[in-house]
Design a protein around this ligand. Structure first.
Ligand code: MN
Ligand code: MN
Length: 294
């Protein structure tokens, strides 16, 4: 419990720090690095790489190692941050429109949907009831929830337990129970409200560890087990570690993906290229509701 609360607090502090840093012309890699370093400086580790997903991309994108990209005017940026303490996770996200104000209501829609969902969550609530509140709040603003993205249960070293919290009324009569730890994350979009996999992967996690005869892959697998356990990491973490040559990186990563040792997180993008906003908190379900990332 203490570690779960600590992880939440660190995640929240990193989020507030990220909010203070993000603006036009800021280099995206520098931004990611600073926010991740903040987590370390507060005594946490990464639960996953800081995700930076822009405009119609909803999730699972991040910076390239020493990339030259900067935030530019008009971008709608989802910043998703996760810290962990001994495997106990905090997961939180916010959306920032860079310089302009064209998507203020879209951003408000996901934030309000999160607020309204948290108001009704208590032990015994049905998942469909949470989804219904998120859906109706987002629709009130004239937007659509993303139906194939949602909240999730979290447990030790596990970012996504089987529990899925819908962003629409999916009819699920399953209930949350006392002391469940869950992340609630409404996504709102100007588009149809579905995402699909883009052919871009920058984030991975260990899925099925097993021996491999490719030396670079073996070395990389050992490093991943030690540094990240089963939690997601980014290509830029492998590069910035200084442990691998360019060739080892290319060969090792390819072999680990090919052999099914690593899971690939594709960048998720909205099917109709709708602009996407997201808000997220991690909570412990009890009568007073503990928002660990507040
Ligand atoms: Mn998240
Ligand atoms: Mn999440």
């Amino acid at each position: 419990m203490q570690e779960l609360l600590k992880a939440g607090k660190i995640t929240a502090e990193a989020r507030e720090y990220a909010k203070s840093l993000i603006k036009e012309e800021v280099n995206v890699y520098d931004f990611v690095k600073k926010v991740e370093d903040k987590i370390f400086s507060l005594g946490g580790k990464l639960a996953f790489p800081v995700n930076i997903s822009i405009n119609e991309d909803a999730a699972h994108d991040t910076a390239d190692y020493k990339g030259k990209d900067v935030f530019t005017r008009g971008q709608v940026v989802k910043v998703d941050i996760g810290a962990q303490v001994n495997g106990y996770v905090g997961d939180t996200a916010f959306t920032k429109e860079i310089t302009t104000n064209n998507y203020k209501d879209l951003i408000k829609a996901s934030e309000e949907a999160l607020k309204e969902a948290l108001k009704i969550i208590k032990p015994g609530i049905k998942l469909c009831e949470i989804g219904a509140v998120i859906e109706s709040t987002i629709k009130k603003y004239g937007y659509n929830p993303i139906r194939n993205l949602g909240g999730h249960g979290v447990s030790k070293y596990n970012l996504h337990t089987g529990l899925f919290i819908p962003n629409y009324d999916n009819g699920s009569k399953a209930e949350l129970k006392e002391d469940d730890t869950v992340a609630v994350e409404p996504f709102a979009t100007t588009g149809h409200g579905m995402v699909f996999n883009k052919n871009i992967v920058k984030i991975f996690s260990l899925e099925k560890p097993k021996p491999t005869r490719v030396m670079s892959a073996r070395k990389m697998q050992d490093y991943i087990i030690k540094e990240f356990n089963t939690l997601p990491f980014a290509e830029h973490h492998l590069k910035s570690s200084g442990k691998f040559s360019e060739a080892e990186l290319r060969l090792g990563l390819r072999e680990l993906v090919r052999s099914g040792i690593l899971h690939s997180y594709h960048v998720l993008t909205e099917v109709s290229k709708g602009i996407v906003s997201q808000a997220e908190h991690t909570i412990i379900v009890n009568d007073d509701l503990t928002i660990t990332t507040e």
